[in-house]
Design a protein around this ligand. Structure first.
Ligand code: GLN
Length: 287
């Protein structure tokens, strides 16, 4: 990449319009705007209202560095350190998966099935940034939320998110259920790794920079989903619900895992893109 400040017609330290015009030649406009807002700590409206405002030297240097990293493929969320999920801003680092809009479907389903139950005990498996656990802690009525992850770094991110958003979540270092005791939950949710290990998707775009341990799960991507469904009954109350996010082509496989494990009211739900993205069921009680 040519050094921007030496480019023809570009002042050593440009104004907002020139900085965006330069960035636009390297990355998408939407990313160029988000990164500039991050550097200037300002609203999108300010970028529009004051195009002639000059950047400070340090701001221009910081912006150039971020645009170059974005041009090399790094996800915007890791560059700004944040991503919105269910209307709240979450901190994210490369130790955690970047929350996706389709995962909001899991929140909606959990709320639809459990909102009436004051004090419901909730377990989020593989919490990562804590997006699901923190959102459920804030949206349900006085819930008791436990969130596990086997990554210490991820738990630190989740802890920071719970603290800054004022959510009460009990965070536990655990490989799925391994460190949990003899407790039972009314709701278990998980967005586990579910991409097939050899899927070319893993070598493309933003996903390349995310923790592969949060993405890939065996030859068909079903290893973790199967492990969770198989073990969940031991940790569910009678009448408790399990909801799992999965790949666009895994709904039938997950429903059959749920059936084999003895779940009732098994169903799959579509995300906004029309893809079956979450499956779940109700645990009828000890067989
Ligand atoms: N939906 C993510 C992707 O396709 C995968 C998330 C996951 O494995 N839990 O990149």
């Amino acid at each position: 990449m040519r050094h921007p400040s030496s480019g023809p017609g570009l002042p050593a330290v440009p104004d907002i319009a020139a900085a965006l015009a330069w960035a636009r030649t390297h990355i998408e406009l939407i990313d160029a705007r988000v990164l500039l807002r991050h550097v200037l700590q300002c609203t999108g409206a300010r970028l529009v209202a004051y195009p002639e405002q000059r950047l400070a030297d340090a701001e221009w240097a910081a912006y150039r560095a971020l645009v170059e990293r974005r041009a090399a493929g790094e996800p915007v969320a890791y560059l700004t350190g944040t991503r919105e999920f269910y209307g709240r801003e979450f901190l994210v680092t490369p130790a955690v998966l970047i929350p996706r809009p389709e995962t909001e479907l899991l929140v909606e389903l959990a709320l639809a099935h459990c909102a009436a139950r004051r004090g419901v005990r909730v377990l989020d498996l593989g919490t990562g940034s804590g997006a699901l656990a923190v959102t459920l802690a804030l949206e349900l009525d006085a819930p008791d939320v436990v969130a596990v992850d086997r990554s210490r770094e991820a738990l630190q991110v989740a802890m920071a998110n719970a603290a800054r958003l004022g959510a009460s979540v009990c965070l536990v270092l655990s490989d799925w259920f391994a460190a949990l005791g003899e407790e039972r939950f009314g709701l278990i949710v998980a967005n586990p790794p579910y991409v097939a290990a050899g899927d070319p998707h893993l070598a493309q775009g933003d996903v390349r920079f995310e923790p592969v341990t949060a993405l890939a799960a065996g030859p068909a991507g079903l290893d973790d989903l199967a492990a969770i469904v198989g073990a969940a009954p031991r940790w569910l109350e009678a009448g408790g619900w399990l909801f799992l996010e999965h790949g666009y082509d895994q709904a039938a496989a997950v429903r059959s895992l749920l059936l084999d494990a003895g779940f009732a009211a098994i169903a799959s739900w579509k995300d906004l893109a029309g893809l079956e993205r979450v499956s779940g069921g109700r645990w009828p009680g000890r067989k």
